[in-house]
Design a protein around this ligand. Structure first.
Ligand code: CAA
Length: 260
């Protein structure tokens, strides 16, 4: 598949998708959003890949936001279409049937922070910086930042970041639960790879069901969420991997999962 602003790479069972516009700090224009949509759709459907990693090219940025130059002349209807395009791509990432880890070095601002939040797990280099600075431009986040940020860090902190446009460092992002882990400068991709390989060794269908249970369950009340979990638990019992996982434990050997 042809890409201009995105690079894709396969390392064993891990697919790496890199936003590659370092001259614009990997800012998201329409073309880049479409390419990310294609890359996640293709790698999401590739059964050989168990985990995906999303990162940004260059040392300065993960993604510094939606492309301001491309947005400058949008009329309101075009702006709405652009927001939906971005939101749809992020929803695709969230719904991919395997874990997606964001490996973040440098700036993750505006649409970049929103992109990271659509991933399942965020690993940040110590030099990473986060924020929703849209209010500095007279707009608000358009790629679901007002929705995912409070779900991740709570209403109060989300409103502080949204209203002030403050840019926070990786340590604060970690303290408020925006990132899972902070690692030495430049080690974010390596650390994401380590976690991806660990996850890739688990029962892939079980991991997929965990993702579905959390994502869908959080949109339900507790009773429905638990019922949904029980249904997925039952479906897991129909898989070969469940039989293999339990037999391997009892036979004191390593399981060989087949994604079936
Ligand atoms: N869009 C377009 N171009 C961008 C960009 C963006 N979001 N962020 C950086 N760039 C470009 C700069 O224009 C500059 O290009 P030139 O070399 O051609 O001048 C290049 O990337 C390097 O950037 P700087 O020279 O500004 O680098 P710096 O180190 O001085 O500053 C920065 C880095 C603090 C990240 C600064 O670039 C910045 O504030 N960027 C904008 C961040 C932002 O406001 N993001 C939110 C965008 S709105 C949005 O995302 C809406 C939404 O939710 C959908």
């Amino acid at each position: 598949m042809e890409y201009t602003n995105v690079m894709v790479e396969v390392r064993g069972a891990v697919g790496i998708i890199t936003v590659n516009r370092p001259k614009a700090l990997n800012a998201l224009n329409a073309e880049t959003i479409e390419e990310l949509q294609r890359a996640f759709t293709a790698m999401g459907a590739d059964e050989a890949l168990k985990v995906l990693i999303l990162t940004g090219a260059g040392e300065k940025a993960f993604v510094a936001g939606a492309d301001i130059a491309a947005m400058r002349d949008l009329d309101p209807l075009a702006a709405r279409a652009f927001a939906y395009k971005g939101q749809q791509m992020l929803a695709t990432i969230e719904a991919v049937a395997k874990p997606v880890i964001a490996a973040i070095g440098g700036f993750a601002l505006g649409g970049g922070c929103e992109l990271a939040m659509a991933c399942d797990i965020r690993i940040a280099s110590e030099n990473a910086k986060f924020g929703q600075p849209e209010v500095n431009l007279g707009v608000l986040p358009g790629f679901a930042g007002t929705q995912r940020l409070p779900r991740l860090v709570g209403k109060g902190i989300a409103k502080e970041l949204l209203f002030t446009g403050d840019i926070i460092d990786a340590q604060r992002a970690h303290a408020i639960g925006l990132v899972n882990k902070v690692v030495e400068p430049g080690k974010h991709l390596e650390s994401a790879m380590e976690m991806a390989e660990k996850i890739a060794g688990k029962g892939p269908l079980a991991v997929r069901f965990c993702k579905e249970a959390v994502n869908r369950g959080l949109e339900m009340d507790m009773d429905r969420g638990c019922a949904y979990e029980a249904e997925l638990f039952a479906i897991a019992f129909a898989t070969l991997d469940r039989a293999e996982g339990m037999s391997a434990f009892l036979e004191k050997r390593k399981p060989v999962f087949q994604n079936k």
